[in-house]
Design a protein around this ligand. Structure first.
Ligand code: PMP
Length: 411
């Protein structure tokens, strides 16, 4: 969808669906620019979670009573909604607490039993710690090593260097779909195609992609896709791992307990079929009911429309910020999601974020769980303004004005 077509949508009405955005902070209207950290929740998500606890609360897959079957249906219904949202099979979707859990599941269940000394895990410079540290832990235990694919100065992946780095020793490539710091959208389909040609298994961290654009996982051609529900207007403690069925069949369980078994005997246990094999214990049932509602809500607006709306806001915000003296944006790749990391000469990002907060503006400051990327950028910390479709052009203007004001105060 084009920006012009998206502008026909009544975004002010949509913004009205988010009760929290009506509050004030320090006596000023809240301008929430931290959606890359966690997204705000529309009324329908809050209502779905509330309704579950008020009217249907029971555990899943264990009780034959009416509430038990309602809870199970609600939970499995959410799985089906998520599967449709991502164009995948429901039995290939493991529901879990978030991207961190999902990536660790691949690390411990897929990589740990397979990797050996001499093997290489390829990661990119722009990964979040959740897509670095699990691979380091696996490398330590298997004798495999980590290799880093570097970036171009604009924060896009250096694809030529990436192809060269894909040597026969590389068994696994872990790559973000969208960078949480730079906003760079990586050409994941092309990367996965090249990796598959070389027999490399691919893990895509989709945390920052799902909230911003339509994602058709099979079209990407990856082996694993991890994402988080709380950035997608859903409750915290929800996330998913999609994997090809043959991987899920072959992988041993990561956690043992109830739900993930068919039969337990002291001389051996028969595991449940995927995806239940990977869902030991009581899941975040109400959370997934909320996430199902979130996916319905986002589909109702349309991810293509959301993508176009955010592109418009990003262009506006970039233009306004670049008018500020001494401000530098980190991450200027041509394909970008609505994430702007910046620093202002002579100021510290924590000071900026603290003073912005007093103006009602919520931005994140720090290293954004991406120390190796910040080291490469050569900047200790940055501020990050991350936009969502529920932000407005007026908020962008107010943010730029607040930034001018606090920069003057710090000068
Ligand atoms: N990867 C990326 C790119 C992220 O932005 C985040 C969240 N900041 C994560 C992984 C981790 O997600 P979670 O904390 O929900 O597990």
């Amino acid at each position: 969808m084009t920006v012009a077509a998206a502008s026909l949508i009544d975004w002010d009405r949509i913004r009205g669906d988010f009760p929290l955005l009506r509050r004030e902070v320090h006596g000023k209207p809240l301008i929430y620019l931290d959606s890359a950290n966690t997204g705000q929740k529309p009324e329908c998500v809050i209502a779905a979670t509330d309704d579950f606890y008020r009217n249907h609360n029971a555990n899943v897959s264990r009780a034959v009573h009416q509430l038990g079957s309602e809870a199970t249906e609600a939970y499995e219904g959410a799985r089906r909604k998520l599967a449709a949202f991502l164009s995948v099979r429901a039995d290939e979707l493991v529901l879990c607490s978030g991207t961190t859990f999902a990536l660790n599941l691949v690390a411990y269940s897929w990589a740990l039993p397979r990797l050996q000394p001499g093997d290489v895990i390829l990661v990119t410079r722009m990964e979040h710690h959740a897509n670095i540290v699990p691979w380091q832990l696996v490398a330590q235990r298997t004798g495999a090593t980590l290799r880093v694919a570097e970036l171009r100065p604009d924060g896009s992946l250096d694809l030529e260097a990436l192809w060269v780095a894909m040597t026969p020793e590389v068994k696994l490539l872990a790559v973000a779909h969208v960078s949480n710091v730079l906003g760079t959208v990586n050409p994941v389909a092309e990367i996965c195609r090249e990796a598959a040609r070389r027999g490399i298994t691919t893990v895509v961290d989709g945390s920052q992609a799902l909230p911003h654009m339509p994602v058709d996982i099979p079209a990407l051609g990856c082996d694993f896709y991890a994402a988080t529900g709380h950035k997608l207007c859903g409750p915290t403690g929800t996330g998913l791992l999609w994997a090809k069925h043959e991987h899920l069949q072959a992988m041993p369980p990561f956690l043992g307990g109830g739900e993930m078994i068919k039969e337990v005997r002291f001389d051996g246990t028969v595991f449940n079929d995927p995806p239940h094999k990977f869902e030991a214990g009581t899941p975040n049932i109400a959370g997934f009911v909320g996430l199902g509602a979130a996916v319905d809500y986002l589909s109702g607006i349309g991810m293509a429309a959301i993508h176009a709306r955010e592109a418009d806001l990003l262009a506006h915000a970039t233009g306004e910020l670049l008018k500020i003296d001494g401000l530098r944006i980190y991450g200027t790749a041509p394909e970008k999601a609505a994430v702007i990391s910046f620093a202002i000469e002579g100021t510290h990002s924590h000071d900026l974020a603290t003073l912005l907060d007093l103006e009602g503006v919520a931005v994140r400051s720090g290293q954004h769980c991406a120390h190796p990327l910040l080291q490469w950028l050569g900047v200790g910390t940055t501020c990050r303004a991350s936009l969502a479709f529920y932000n407005t052009h007026a908020e962008v203007d107010a943010f730029a004005a607040a930034l001018r004001k606090v920069t003057r105060l710090l000068a």
